[in-house]
Design a protein around this ligand. Structure first.
Ligand code: ZN
Length: 56
């Protein structure tokens, strides 16, 4: 049993259960980084969508 141990996927800092912000099943150090992660996720999705629409 290690208890709660998570890291912010944006900056890699340790996040505490009391202060973490859960989004998309991940824990962030701040709402700022949660938003950043959402932006990254969206831009990645857009890219793959564009690739899917192009044959060459
Ligand atoms: Zn962070």
């Amino acid at each position: 049993m290690f208890g709660f141990k998570k890291h912010c996927p944006v900056c890699g800092i340790d996040v505490k259960k009391e202060t973490s912000l859960e989004r998309f099943g991940k824990y962030f150090c701040s709402s700022d980084h949660a938003q950043k992660y959402a932006d990254l996720k969206m831009s990645t999705k857009d890219e793959s969508d564009n690739r899917g629409g192009c044959c060459c």
